[in-house]
Ligand binder design. Structure first.
Ligand code: XMP
Ligand code: MG
Length: 175
């Protein structure tokens, strides 16, 4: 697949993704038995992962959607992230934050710090993809679909210049 000037080649097949999501859902079903977690989906990239994961959850759950906007702040990282769209109270709730990919970890750390400040009962992170070699800030990830090398990936919700989200497989930038 070519998008603008970049060529992407197949990386993780659709059935492999679905099989792994079924395993993650099974873990969540066991670990949240008797609870009603609130699934917090980070748009846009996580929308397909969240949909396929939720279809396999048998535990009672609710879902809400947030966006993360970058703004130049005075924090040590320079760029701070602001959460947009969280309408409901999360105090006392068991949160499962759904991300498409954890790269440097800075986004998810900012998001989780802000959510934790609102006193949820618990907070877990489920990310489809994780680039451990790119990580700049330690982060506790409870559910990881695939650990991948530090290469740019696309598809299954992830984009390049806004394009390429609409595939059932994940592709990687051809080197
Ligand atoms: P950080 O570095 O804060 O990044 O963990 C998280 C966000 O950066 C985007 N990102 C990617 N998007 N292919 C993409 O399509 C990638 O390989 C990639 N790496 C990072 C993504 O939006 C993620 O939420
Ligand atoms: Mg994202």
């Amino acid at each position: 697949m070519t998008i603008n000037d970049k060529t992407f080649v197949p990386f993780i097949a659709a059935d492999t993704i679905q099989q792994r999501i079924a395993e993650l859902a099974e873990q969540i079903n066991q670990q949240y038995a008797g609870k009603t977690p609130l699934i917090v989906v980070v748009l846009n990239g996580a929308f397909l992962f969240a949909a396929d994961l939720m279809k396999r959850l048998t535990v009672s759950c609710e879902v809400t959607f947030i966006r993360v906007a970058s703004y130049t702040g005075t924090g040590s990282t320079g760029q701070l992230k602001e959460i947009l769209g969280l309408k409901e109270s999360i105090e006392g709730r068991d949160l499962i934050v759904i991300e498409d990919i954890v790269d440097t970890g800075l986004t998810i750390c900012d998001v989780c710090d802000q959510l934790k400040a609102k006193n949820p009962a618990s907070l877990a992170i489920a990310t489809l993809l994780f680039k451990p070699k790119a990580l700049k800030k330690a982060v506790d990830l409870q559910y990881v679909g695939f650990e991948i090398d530090n290469k740019f990936v696309l598809g299954y919700g992830l984009d390049y210049d806004g394009l390429g989200r609409n595939t059932d497989e994940i592709l990687v930038l051809a080197s």
